[in-house]
Design a protein around this ligand. Structure first.
Ligand SMILES: [Zn+2]
Length: 263
C-alpha cells in the first residue's frame, strides 16, 4: 500500500493491437515492444490494480499502491487473447479489455478495426476466465457526441447488459469510442451503472480526477521504452509532438535543399 507522503497515481496505458511482427500501423504494437513496456513497468515499481480497486479508491472507500497501473485494450481484438495474454501472465499485469459488442466474432471488421479479426464471445469468456476484466465500448462504436441522445443511451446501456448476460460478470468500466464525450454522455454512463470510464487524455489519474474521464495515454508503435515512460510520466501527447517534429524536419530538409548553392 501507499507509503506516507507518496502521491498515489493511476497509469492506464491504452493499447489496440499487439502482434508478432512489426506493423506500420501506429495502433499495432509488436509483442517484443509490449513485453518491454511490461518489463519497464515492473522495473519502475508500478503495481497492477483491478477496476474494482480503482473504483473503490475514487469513491474514497479504498486505497491504491503508490504507482498503480492497469493495461487497457480497446475494441476487442483476437490478438489480445492470442498475443497479449501470455505476456500479461508472464509479467503478472492486470488488464481490462473494452469491447464493441456488435463486432464480436467478426473476422474482418469495419475500417476502424484496420482489418484485424475480433474476439468471439467464447474467446472473450476465455480471456475473462484468465483474469482480464471486460469493459464496454458501446454496441457499434459511434462518436457518442455526434448521435441523438436516445441512440447514445442505447449504445451505452445495451453494451453493458449484453456483456453481463453473455459472460455472467458485472461490467463496471466503460471507454468512449475515439475518446469522444461531453457532460451529457458522461452523465449517461454514470446513470447506466458504470462505476468509472476512461477518456483519452494523456497523463496520470489522481483521486480528484473525474471518475468518468480518467486519463489514458494512447500507446503507439513508435513508443519505444523512453517514449513510453516519458509519455506516461509527463502526460505529453507524444503523437502530436512526433508529428510536429517530423513536419519540422521535412521543412528543414526542403529549405536546405532549395538554398543549396550547387543547384
Ligand atoms: Zn475504439
Amino acid at each position: 500500500m501507499a507509503s506516507e507522503g507518496v502521491m498515489i497515481s493511476l497509469l492506464a496505458p491504452m493499447y489496440h493491437n499487439v502482434v508478432h511482427h512489426w506493423s506500420d500501423d501506429i495502433y499495432t504494437i509488436q509483442e517484443r515492444l509490449f513485453a518491454r513496456h511490461l518489463q519497464w513497468l515492473r522495473l519502475t515499481d508500478h503495481h497492477p490494480v483491478t477496476i474494482s480497486q480503482i473504483a473503490d479508491w475514487l469513491d474514497g472507500r479504498g486505497s491504491l499502491p503508490s504507482r498503480a497501473y492497469l493495461i487497457t485494450f480497446d475494441d476487442g481484438f483476437l490478438d489480445t487473447l492470442e498475443v497479449a495474454l501470455p505476456l500479461l501472465q508472464q509479467f503478472r499485469a492486470t488488464a481490462c479489455i473494452f469491447v464493441t459488442t456488435s463486432w464480436c466474432g467478426i473476422k474482418e471488421g469495419p475500417p476502424s478495426t484496420r482489418g484485424h479479426p475480433m474476439l468471439t464471445w467464447s474467446q472473450l469468456r476465455q480471456l475473462a476466465d484468465a483474469g482480464v476484466e471486460v469493459g464496454a465500448h458501446t454496441v457499434t462504436h459511434p462518436f457518442l457526441t455526434d448521435i441523438a441522445p436516445e441512440s447514445a443511451w442505447e449504445e451505452i446501456h445495451h453494451a453493458k447488459h449484453e456483456i453481463e448476460d453473455r459472460l455472467g460478470r458485472e461490467v463496471q468500466a466503460f471507454s468512449y469510442p475515439n475518446s469522444k464525450h461531453n457532460p451529457l454522455i458522461r452523465e449517461m454512463v454514470q446513470r447506466a451503472g458504470y462505476r468509472l470510464a476512461f477518456g483519452g487524455n494523456f497523463g496520470l489519474s489522481h483521486r480528484e480526477t473525474d471518475p468518468y474521464n480518467l486519463y489514458r495515454p494512447c500507446i503507439y508503435n513508435f513508443c519505444k521504452v523512453p517514449e513510453f515512460l516519458l509519455s506516461l510520466s509527463t502526460g505529453v501527447d507524444v503523437r502530436t509532438r512526433y508529428g510536429n517534429w517530423r513536419r519540422q524536419l521535412r521543412t528543414l530538409k526542403y529549405v536546405t535543399n532549395i538554398m543549396d548553392p550547387r543547384k
